[in-house]
Design a protein around this ligand. Structure first.
Ligand SMILES: NC(=O)c1ccc[n+]([C@@H]2O[C@H](COP(=O)([O-])OP(=O)(O)OC[C@H]3O[C@@H](n4cnc5c(N)ncnc54)[C@H](O)[C@@H]3O)[C@@H](O)[C@H]2O)c1
Length: 257
């Protein structure tokens, strides 16, 4: 790059993306070079008047930046990650996209060829670093998410276990709701060995994630609950997202490939 300032491109302009942009602007840790969304300028805050606002994904890929952060939808993660990784690092919040084995292979191939990095953010949970560190000694990783059936796109009256199986199948079935399951799988035992459970509780305003990890002579459980901010994102996630991006800029993010 011509400058030693870190140049960042952002995909999405919703709850998570805005928290990241505000944090980067407040800290001055990096320059936001573009925001790519599907909705022209409608979500553009006035303080970003000078940042190019793009709606054409090809135009975004063609812009040289150090790091691209996706906080939009799994479809755009899938469409852009392999091309972006040819020249930039990539961090994606919609990581259920990587449950597609062809996409995961394309992404790993791109990082191997370019030397760029794929980062997975903590998002709604904690402890991905421990899974990466323990990957070779872990035997069992189970993540259970509990929230209202309505927020899973199911009958609001749904109650009890509505899914139990591999994380790969959970990602296929609930692509917008189990990004944390995908992150756990990528950090630890992969999409087929990681087990996912989805539990519906009528009228539950919070989302609760319980991560149970065990191996020979070791075990831990992490439980994180947060109130929904209205969509698929909980009250802890914007702050967590800004923190994950700060660590990536400091070269200490969770590297998957
Ligand atoms: N990894 C995690 O722990 C975690 C936690 C919460 C949310 N998420 C995921 O992060 C993503 C963003 O969440 P959010 O709450 O900020 O969502 P949001 O609905 O507030 O914002 C989504 C943004 O994506 C943009 N968008 C939609 N389709 C697009 C496309 N094709 N190209 C470019 N932009 C597009 C929209 O314009 C909007 O700005 C979602 O996929 C969500 O499921 C991940």
């Amino acid at each position: 790059m011509a400058t030693d300032r870190i140049m960042v491109g952002i995909i999405g302009a919703g709850t998570i993306a805005r928290a990241i942009i505000e944090d980067l602007q407040a800290s001055g840790a990096a320059d936001v070079c573009y925001v790519l969304t599907s909705r022209s300028g409608r979500e553009r805050p006035s303080r970003l008047a000078n940042v190019p606002w793009l709606t054409n994904p090809d135009e975004a890929v063609a812009r040289p930046v150090d790091l691209v952060i996706e906080a939009a939808v799994p479809e755009i993660f899938a469409r852009l990650a392999p091309a972006v990784l040819e020249h930039s690092d990539f961090c994606g919040f919609s990581c259920t996209a990587l449950a597609d084995p062809m996409l995961e292979a394309a992404v790993r191939d791109a990082t191997a060829k370019s030397g760029r990095r794929l980062y997975v953010p903590h998002g709604a949970i904690l402890g991905l670093d421990g899974l990466v560190d323990g990957r070779d000694v872990l035997e069992r990783v189970v993540i259970t998410t509990t929230k209202s059936g309505k927020s899973f796109g199911l009958d609001p009256g749904a109650s009890g276990v509505v899914f139990e199986g591999s994380t790969r199948d959970a990602c296929r079935r609930f692509p917008r709701n189990v990004n944390v399951h995908a992150a756990i799988a990528l950090a630890g035992l992969g999409f087929d060995k990681t087990r996912s459970r989805i539990v519906a509780v009528p009228n539950e305003p919070r989302m609760r994630h319980t991560i149970e990890v065990s191996g020979p002579g070791l075990e831990w459980t992490i439980q994180v609950a947060s109130q929904s901010l209205g969509g698929v994102t909980g009250s802890y996630t914007p702050a967590s997202a800004a923190g994950s991006v700060r660590r990536i800029i400091d070269r200490s993010g969770v590297v998957i490939a």
